[in-house]
Ligand binder design. Sequence first.
Ligand code: DGL
Length: 276
Amino acid sequence: MDSRPIGVFDSGIGGLTVLKALRERLPDETFLYLGDTARVPYGTKGVATIRRFALQAARYLESRGVKRLVVACNTASSHAIDLLRRECSVPVEGVVEPGVQAALEATRGHVGVIGTPATIASDRYGELLRQVRDDLRIENQHCPLFVPLAEEGWTDDAIALSVAERYLAGLRRLGVDTLILGCTHYPLLKGVISQVMGDEVVLVDSALVLAEAVARDLDEDDAHSPGPGQVKLIVSDMPQRFGEISRRFLDMDVGEVEVVDLELQAGSTPAGKENP
Ligand code: DGL
């Protein structure tokens, strides 16, 4: 047994879709969720910046005594997972590998990947998919406007539908049979995405596969928490708004949201350590 918390981080609210799946699969665990709301979005930033932000978030959660780290952000997982695995003293799980696994199980040979500009530019999904099946046809499409739509709660109206149509019509025409939702915000727009792509296209949301992978890992190390499970939310800005959104989305009392200055925290780590 190991009662230490599991650290989960994302650039903002998107990772709550992952936290929800984790809580459902592992109700006895305590989760420390860090949303880097002062610096969201990550998906339109450069690689060095994304890596620096991800490392600062990971180091902060490590300093809070977590037993596992879940990178609930595709952009950070795409660009920084190897770095975090090298630098962190606890096991690190990201969202890309579980998404690849689920897509490989679902596809008949033609996969679409949607994500932030940074995730799509990394081609991390394509790389991992091709490592297993080099015969796959893979189409990439970035959908940056999906993030503010999800943040605003405009997920199932005519505006969301028309944005989805504009981004996804090309993928539909190309005939992909499986679509990876390669951004943790996108499951919030599943309804309109499915409406545009059609029922026959499988939408891959890596959260469920990821939760299963974390559960398996805790089994192997006999590291489950005895419970009771809790959620503690930490943000780098705007705690009140985050608390309201989280309460609604997780349908639970999330208590007070803590605020942390990640730049300040990074400044207090040994010199140079925050720069990948
Ligand atoms: N949560 C991020 C991701 O999954 C999207 C939001 C952002 O750009 O920071 O890539």
